[in-house]
Design a protein around this ligand. Structure first.
Ligand code: FAD
Length: 559
């Protein structure tokens, strides 16, 4: 993906559909629209997946907790949402097999009744998935549970129910959606903010004024239909298009802490507690060589910048420790992150109580403003992005008078074209100059595109060098991210393309100079520009660390 070429297209072409917002929802819409044959534009004010879509728990799931709520409240809408999400889970395992994997999860039970309750619930979960089930759930004895999750405190444990969901890398999937959309003809650009709409005399939008946040340039993109896929910020554009709109969005903050792999004895499963004593879902999930502990669920301002806070870190560690033989401590934390869930208020007339966010159905809605014809897609969750995109582009097709069929259920995403289970082994054998751990990491991250990284390494052997000890990232990834994945800034690189900034804060500070050098070379930064980028990102990381209450880097454990 070349940003300058995209900008040229965005300035000069007429589009059928222009999508604003490059998170999971907007990127999914761009892929759906482009593959139906619509002339498609996608713009993102920051970077792809820079907001909520890069800070999820990284589960592709139907939602066990939502299933429970569906039965408790006789809520068929909730039940249908779980079924649809389970359907999407299988689709994602098929269209992006290098990024989405089955994950075994254990739900601990502390008496016979709990064991029965969760076994029945998870059998229903299997049943709802039908032929799209990953593997059947099982009720395990205490001994079997401890074998699979040796870190459990076996004291009070009665048994556990083992079940399966999907796990993924959210930013990499978001990028794969954008890249696949671009490969199907969409013009896509990050760091481009939609600021103002123009409308025809009948009130229907026909252009958007955008600002390039890297250069300050302002220009106009022309399209027949505009999609507002701006997540928690959706009300802003709804009001730019039509000033008197009633707000629909609400946000809930979710935080995670990251621990190194050795902080919790590795077994064969993740831990999921569907309901803690205070009614929240708690996860301890192995992810890319670390443990993610999450998550909180507290009402938030949709426009705030979410950071992991000390009380959230304390809360998560305190609750996960209730299930562990050996407690984890703040001193073991290597990273963390927080995001805002885009929650849709149930209907136009209802105003939710501020305390109720954990009970809001994670459903979505496609709204068409009667006058401006702005199409807003609001709410939802990562797992159902494809479904949300399908409904949104169906609506756009109606507005455009062109009912073209959706094709995304069977289109493999970039990196998954011709990907087979044996690709990893073949690649590792062929690229014998790369350490096995690095080769495996490249396959998990780029799928068949790992070949392109190997080609870069062959042309310039210094690029095989690792970025930092104890992590599999190599220099070639920085070059690839600039050339092929539109990385423009240091946060684009180290928070998203290379996910060090999430999992290991200290290592992130350590690699800054070498990453800045490589980016400067690729992007043609002057010495002053490089210096500015580096200091700006260092300040950002220090803010993240400071907000978490770990003011000096020495307080953070290095993975
Ligand atoms: C803590 C947490 C855990 C979660 N875990 C899971 C999970 O495990 N599984 C799951 O399925 N879901 C999960 N979710 C939900 C899921 O992450 C979100 O539903 C999804 O990512 C929302 O995507 P989005 O594209 O709608 O919003 P966003 O990702 O926020 O994207 C909106 C984009 O619009 C851009 N934008 C805003 N205004 C403008 C403008 N004027 N011009 C251009 N661009 C603009 C923003 O910069 C942003 O990138 C979780 C959410 C949170 C917060």
């Amino acid at each position: 993906m070349n940003r300058n070429a995209s900008l040229h297209r965005l300035r000069s072409e007429d589009f059928d559909i222009c999508i604003i917002g490059g998170g999971a929802t907007g990127a999914g819409c761009a892929l759906d629209a482009a593959t139906r044959g619509f002339r498609t534009a996608l713009i993102e004010q920051d970077d792809f997946a820079a907001a909520t879509s890069g800070t999820s728990t990284k589960l592709v799931h139907g939602g066990v907790r939502y299933l429970e709520q569906a039965f408790k409240n006789f809520d068929h809408r909730q039940l249908s949402l779980v079924r649809k999400a389970l359907h999407e889970r299988r689709t994602l395992l098929q269209i992006a097999p290098h990024l989405v994997h089955p994950l075994a999860l254990l739900t601990p039970c502390f008496d016979l009744f709990e064991g029965l309750y969760y076994t029945i619930g998870l059998k229903l979960y299997d049943l709802l998935a039908g032929s799209r089930r990953i593997k059947p759930s099982e009720w395990l004895s205490k001994e079997e549970t401890l074998n699979r999750f040796p870190a459990f405190d076996g004291h009070r444990l009665h048994s556990a129910v083992l079940y399966y969901d999907g796990q993924f890398d959210d930013v990499r999937l978001n990028l794969a959606l954008v890249q696949t959309a671009a490969a199907h003809g969409a013009a896509v650009a990050n760091h481009l903010r939609a600021e103002q709409f123009d409308a025809a005399p009948n009130g229907q939008l026909n252009a958007v004024t955008v600002r390039d946040r890297l250069t300050g340039e302002v220009f106009v993109i022309r399209a027949k239909v505009f999609i507002n896929a701006t997540g928690t910020n959706a009300d802003t554009l709804r009001r730019v298009a039509q000033a008197n709109q009633r707000p629909r969005m609400q946000a809930s903050k979710g935080a995670h802490v990251v621990l190194p792999a050795n902080a919790i004895a590795q077994g064969e499963a993740a831990l999921l507690v569907p309901k803690t004593k205070d009614g929240r879902v708690l996860f301890a999930i192995p992810w890319r060589g670390h443990w993610l502990i999450g998550t909180t669920d507290t009402p938030a301002d949709p426009y705030e910048t979410p950071y992991l806070q000390p009380d959230e870190a304390d809360y998560l560690l305190e609750h996960v420790n209730k299930f562990l033989k050996e407690p984890v401590t703040l001193g073991q934390v290597t990273g963390g992150f927080a995001g805002l869930r885009p929650l849709l208020q149930p209907d136009q007339n209802a105003t939710l109580q501020k305390t109720e966010t954990r009970n809001v159905v994670r459903d979505h809605e496609v709204e068409v403003d009667p006058q401006s014809k702005l199409v807003s897609i609001m709410g939802g969750k990562w797992t159902t992005y494809r479904l949300m995109a399908e409904e949104t582009i169906d609506t756009c097709g109606q507005l455009l008078g062109q009912a073209l069929p959706c094709r995304t259920e069977t289109i493999p995403l970039i990196g998954s074209e011709a990907f087979t289970e044996s690709f990893g082994n073949t690649f590792t054998r062929k690229e014998s100059n790369l350490p096995g751990k690095v080769a495996a990491h490249l396959v998990d991250t780029y799928g068949v595109r790992a070949e392109a990284l190997a080609t870069l390494c062959a042309a310039e052997p210094e690029l095989t060098e690792g970025l930092v000890d104890a992590h599999p990232f190599i220099r070639a990834e920085v070059v690839y991210a600039v050339r092929e994945e539109m990385a423009q800034t240091m946060p684009d690189m180290l928070l998203r393309r290379i996910r060090l900034g999430l999992v290991d804060w200290l290592a992130t500070l350590e690699v800054l100079p070498v990453v800045a050098d490589l980016m400067a070379r690729e992007l043609g930064w002057t010495a002053a520009e490089k210096q500015q980028e580096e200091s700006r990102f260092r300040a950002h990381m220090e803010e993240v660390i400071g907000q978490a209450g770990l003011s000096a880097p020495t307080e953070i454990n290095k993975a």
